[in-house]
Design a protein around this ligand. Structure first.
Ligand SMILES: [Zn+2]
Length: 260
């Protein structure tokens, strides 16, 4: 089995004590590649350093809406300059809108979100999107930038919203929440979505899986997410792994891996 964790914050402090062991466990579980999204300008160099140590780590750079207070307006220009000198960038991310967290200036979020969509289009890169209680606004933004595709990470929405995302060329990033019995709406989305629109992720260290509540999440557990998807689609885990891996490669335009 070969899997790609399409969303893992391996650069965060939570992994400082044992990052190499976390990666070893991921590889031992069959997680050959990991996609690391950026959250703030100050952390981009850490991602760059990680990526240089390991060819199975792919990097995305962006300004995350939850860190709005940390972003300066000229970080957007800095992002463009950074892309020019970092051609290994696989996506712009993590970008998006958060309507849940209090105290985030909505207009400023919108400005950072749409400007980064414009940068993605200009640089011909996919996007990795954070959307919490903001999906209709996120989709509205995407319609203003036709041709920009990518992943709606930690997808939570209705089957109708899922269909709109798929119609816009987006994949649905499915993670730990799908492993909970109570996630009936998400289960329905996974059952109804085209197989070509499903990618797996952990969002580690966040979003622990069922049975691991309160623990630090880690990329090895994307195997359990993949198995949950396989069960929902009445397929073998192996077959689902081939599909989610191919989807991640296609959407993020990753080169073919060495192992399958
Ligand atoms: Zn994230």
């Amino acid at each position: 089995m070969y899997l790609i964790d399409t969303h893992v914050h391996l650069d965060l402090d939570a992994f400082d004590p044992d990052r190499p062991m976390v990666l070893d466990r991921a590889r031992a579980a069959g997680v050959g590649e990991l996609v690391l999204p950026g959250v703030t300008r100050a952390r981009w160099p850490d991602l760059d350093a990680l990526h240089r140590q390991d060819s199975g780590l792919h990097v995305a750079y962006g300004l995350h809406p939850l860190f709005l207070q940390d972003h300066a307006d000229d970080d957007l220009d800095a992002l463009e300059a950074w892309l020019d000198t970092h051609p290994e960038t696989v996506a712009i991310g993590e970008i998006g809108l958060d309507g849940y967290q209090e105290g985030l200036d909505w207009d400023r979020q919108w400005r950072f979100y749409t400007r980064q969509l414009a940068i993605a289009r200009e640089h011909d890169l996919p996007v990795i999107i954070h959307s919490r209680r903001a999906l209709d606004a996120v989709l509205k933004g995407l319609r203003q930038y036709p041709g920009v595709t990518g992943i709606l990470h930690a997808f939570i929405g209705s089957p109708q919203q899922a269909q709109q995302a798929v119609d816009l060329g987006f994949a649905l990033g499915i993670g730990g929440p799908v492993t909970y019995d109570r996630a009936k709406k998400l289960h329905r989305v996974v059952r109804d979505a085209p197989l070509a629109a499903l990618v797996v992720e952990t969002d580690a260290p966040d979003q622990p899986l069922a049975g691991h509540q309160g623990e630090r999440n880690e990329p090895a557990r994307v195997t359990e997410v993949n198995t949950a998807l396989a069960t929902l689609r009445d397929m073998a885990s192996q077959d689902m792994a081939i599909i989610t891996t191919q989807n991640a490669r296609r959407i993020l335009r990753l080169p073919n891996g060495t192992a399958q």
